[in-house]
Design a protein around this ligand. Sequence first.
Ligand code: ADP
Length: 497
Amino acid sequence: MNRKPKIIVIDDEAIMRDGSSRILTKEDIEVVTAENGETGLDLVRESPNTFDVMLLDLMMPGMSGMEVLEHVREIAPSLLVIVVTGYATVDTAVEAMKKGAYDFIPKPFTPDQLRIVVHRALEKKALEEETKRLREEAEKSLKDVAKEKSKTHTIINSMTDGVLVVDKDRSVALLNPAATRFLSVAAEDVIGKPVDEIEVEALSEIIMDVLEREVESLSGVSREIQVRSGEKGVFLRCHAVPVRDEKGDLLGGVMVLQDITQLKELERMKADFVAMVTHELRAPVAAIEQQLTVILKGLAGEINERQARMLRRAKERAKGLLDLVKDLLDLSKIEAGMQVQYMEPVDIGGLLTKVVDLMRPQAEQKGLTLEFEIENGLPSVNADAANMEGVFTNLISNAIKYTPEGGMVKVTGMKEGDYIRIDVEDTGIGISEKDLPRIFERFYRVKTEKTRQIVGTGLGLSIVKQVVDAHLGTIDVKSVENQGTHFTVKLPFILEN
Ligand code: ADP
């Protein structure tokens, strides 16, 4: 008890009141006295929580101690009552205890007896208060937890992004309203059931991927999926991460779903615009280049050396612009899914021979050796021949472009498992480790002293990659700076029955 304890003494005998008062005041207890039951009860009634203990004489004229006791239990149930009894009234004391008195002290008593019994009561009271405080604290923190839980719940439920939580056995533990909307399911239909019940295959696959991740790799999976295909398709970007406890044991997975339908639409509009502009640009730029060729050939009249130099430069620039326009057009066509349309069995061996032959003059002009090795009787690949030609023209032309004079470019084709493997190697300037992961990005060009003079758009490899992907193939690259670069393309061939 932090405050000073307070006792009320109810006794009709002044000597008892004063005596008790003196003894207890010395104990640093505040004492209030009343000479009869009514006055005592009034004092308690006025402020039921001020007193800790009541010292109550049972034998009083007027309202008896027993009656006072009964009232006190009602007015101030937490007040501890010590009844003061005469020797002859032990039975009464027992009865008083039954009625809820906490203790009793027979009359007459010594100051020590009084001190002991009062301190015992005060200790009990202090203990009760501490218990009450602890209980209230526990209740408060439980309330806080409940409040916090409902706050988190409200936040998750009002998120515009979808949230999906699964247990480690892949059953759905939580699905917020945004997620139910995106996935067109009702939460009550799928909660507690396997995630496959949502019937979005891509989603189940991502969950599977995430839950099967190794312990060390905490990173998640991020993928775009399309749901509710048909007229109103929704594009979702899904980020999923595994959830583990502090020991690293898997608890489940959390997935956040973002609606990127509008973004996709915007992207498509941008791609359409680029396609339209490049398409419109191609004809005039081609016309400019042709006209310049005609003038340079002298077919439009004599030109002097100075004019010819300027026109040659203009023609080079127009040619560069035309290449860029062509690349952009290829790219937007591929993105629109139009390019890789004419799939047919293609003899890759024959196609490679043709491309290598076409590139040979360019290599020779630069003083490079162009080696070509192809395994006989390679099976066909289901492919768009024009696109495939583009892939290898790009790779070989890069190899030539980025290999200094005297170097070597080697092209090989062979069967490997279910794939045809084509390697394009060079002994050129190579690509640094820093740049290597980015070379398939659109417009990415390595900027070094060595590449400064080499013209290019940074689009070639991104187109190559898209075409290879569209043919269900793979492309890998290894490179060591100043030693060379090695591209490997693998394409699945047609299995003969
Ligand atoms: P670019 O039109 O610039 O050649 P690409 O997309 O074909 O564009 O290639 C991207 C970048 O990758 C190039 O700018 C170049 O820095 C690098 N690169 C591609 N092929 C090779 C190669 N065989 N050797 C060295 N660097 C290469």
